[in-house]
Design a protein. Structure first.
Length: 314
């Protein structure tokens, strides 16, 4: 039995040695062979050097260095494409995903009842209140407008069977939203809840705007509700304009006075124009995602690795 643990890293030179010590200590007590698959997502610090050092002293460490920063989703995908274990796991390098849960997760999978053991945070202690509020709002919204359920507080930290990992890899869309993909492929999933854990070192790479962009990508990837909203809104405005046209004509015929008010007319025009641009913006987001998909650019390019069988471009 072989276990593959994928660790996407971006500027994690301080946290990576700590993660390595914790993971190897936990894995040493587990009855399985394993590999640590470290993916350097175009780091600008000494992350790659740390990976090479760990690989030199431990043959169970494999590193993949991407040619540039492709983003965490692409780094995870690169790891999934190159993992060969019977069980495949994903966890972050900052120790916010406790490696101590791995024995329990593996035991659950070996029981045969589940195909995946995923984790979720039940608290957001230490996180900025504004970010926490927007995160909860995002989960409420996407679960209302999407047919793919996404658990509130879900983390990328999970352990899955080989079959599920291959199913995730088969979903090769360029605009990836892994939380939705993990849910969309189905399979029997057991959720483990735990309290929020602070980073052991370094700073988070997720700003508010990058998280907002990521959330919008999730909505566009797994919901057509915004497009439905635009269609219904257009239908409503067409009906409303027809009613107003009838009102103006009737008023002119009966009272001989059309609707007066230049200022109010300009305000209505500006308001409707703004709504039209907003709706066009929603459509443009879907078109831009479709445009990127049709280009069929690779998700990642590996520039350096110590693996002889790595898929370098995919």
């Amino acid at each position: 039995m072989r276990l593959s643990l994928i660790v996407p890293c971006f500027n994690e030179q301080e946290a990576l040695p700590i993660l390595y010590r914790e993971c190897t200590a936990v894995l040493a007590g587990m009855d399985c062979d394993y590999e640590l698959l470290l993916v350097d997502d175009g780091s600008q610090d000494g992350t790659l050097a740390v990976m090479k050092e760990l690989a030199e002293k431990d043959s169970r460490v494999t590193y993949l260095s991407l040619s540039r920063n492709f983003g965490k989703e692409s780094a995870m995908y690169a790891g999934l494409c190159n993992a060969d274990g019977d069980y495949v796991g994903v966890l972050d390098a900052d120790m916010q995903d406790p490696p101590s849960l791995l024995p329990e997760m593996l035991a659950i999978l070996q029981g045969g009842e589940y195909d995946c053991v995923a984790t979720r945070r039940v608290t957001r202690a230490g996180e900025p209140p504004v970010r926490s509020w927007f995160a909860r709002l995002f989960y409420r919204i996407i679960n209302r407008i999407s047919e793919t359920p996404i658990v509130d507080g879900a983390r990328d930290f999970r352990l899955m069977t080989r079959d599920m990992a291959q199913a995730v890899v088969s979903m090769s869309e360029y605009n990836r939203f892994s939380k939705g993909i993990f849910s969309w492929v189905g399979f029997r999933t057991r959720w483990l809840a735990y309290d929020n854990v602070e980073r052991v070192a370094g700073e988070t790479k997720w700003s508010f705007w990058s998280l907002l962009k990521y959330a919008l990508n999730g909505v566009i990837s797994f919901s057509q509700a915004p497009l439905s909203f635009v269609s219904l809104f257009g239908l409503f405005m067409t009906a409303f304009s027809f009613i107003m046209l009838v009102f103006v004509v009737v008023r002119k015929l009966i009272f001989g006075d059309p609707v007066a008010g230049w200022a109010s007319t300009i305000c209505v025009i500006i308001f409707i124009g703004g709504l039209q641009l907003f709706c066009l913006g929603i459509i443009a987001q879907y078109l831009s995602k479709t445009y990127m998909e049709t280009k069929r650019r690779p998700h990642y390019i590996i520039s350096e690795t110590n693996s002889q069988k790595a898929t370098k471009i995919k």
